[in-house]
Design a protein around this ligand. Structure first.
Ligand code: F6R
Length: 239
């Protein structure tokens, strides 16, 4: 794992954005995956700016979702689908056939998993994935202690349920999540792990310098070519 520390959130968002632009410049049909959550929001804004200024062409890019809360769809403010459609896909003027997103409301979740596995296989893997880090080190909804290979439905960790309040401003009866598997994440050709702000400093340290253990899923990326991109606040415990 390589570490890049940027002076603030804006610089972090722009530099990760430039990596995506470079990827699309080199391979316009890339399969890209960007996490929901708060951390990539600045990146999304920057990508929209690149699109509006015609500095990056998204017309052939393919996007796949990382995860979704089981039971939620676009109509729930704070779901991964609502976040990514409103913050990125719609402003980028993507066509529906450029997007493959988990439907957390499908009563047949196995079908959802199969659908994503197929997209990844047909595209020979994910070209570039941007991940956030959960407060417990989860990646997507790959929670501590769970071993996943491909897309899977997993029970949510208590910490994840607790933190979820920040997206929905109220407690929802969330029990499980649907997520790409750890192997699919680890096999992505470019892996970018993003973290920002002081509240992520401990988990960032555990990710980079802690034991490699599936008790802290983000630490498993120490064994990969992942690039951890952080702002100074999130990186300040790194020695
Ligand atoms: C969201 C996701 C999660 C988040 C993580 C960090 O789609 O996959 O793993 O990336 O929980 O969330 P934020 O960025 O809100 O701190």
């Amino acid at each position: 794992m390589k570490v890049e520390i940027y002076k603030d959130y804006e610089a972090l968002s722009q530099q990760v954005g430039m990596k995506i632009a470079k990827q699309l410049n080199e391979k316009p049909h890339s399969l890209i995956c960007i996490a929901g959550g708060d951390t990539p929001l600045g990146l999304c804004n920057f990508l929209i700016q690149l699109h509006q200024e015609k500095r990056c062409d998204f017309t052939n890019a393919m996007f796949i979702s990382l995860d979704e809360w089981v039971g939620l769809g676009y109509e729930t403010q704070g779901s991964c689908k609502q976040t990514l459609y409103d913050s990125l896909f719609t402003p980028l003027e993507l066509k529906e056939n450029q997007i493959h997103f988990f439907d957390g409301k499908n009563t047949n979740l196995e079908e959802e998993c199969e659908k994503m596995n197929q997209v990844i296989e047909e595209n020979h893997g994910i070209d570039l994935i941007v991940l956030g880090i959960g407060m417990n080190g989860h990646l997507g909804f790959n929670e501590p202690g769970i071993r996943t290979e491909k897309a899977t439905v997993v029970p949510l960790a208590d910490k994840t349920k607790e933190v979820s309040v920040k997206y929905f401003h109220k407690e929802l009866p969330l029990v499980s999540g649907i997520t790409l598997g750890m192997d699919q994440i680890k096999e992505a050709k470019t892996i970018i792990l993003m973290a920002a702000s002081d509240k992520k400093k401990e988990i960032v340290k555990a990710t980079v310098q802690g034991a490699v253990s599936n008790q802290v899923p983000s630490s498993l990326l120490q064994e990969t070519q992942a690039i951890l991109c952080v702002d100074e606040e999130a990186g300040k415990e790194l020695v």
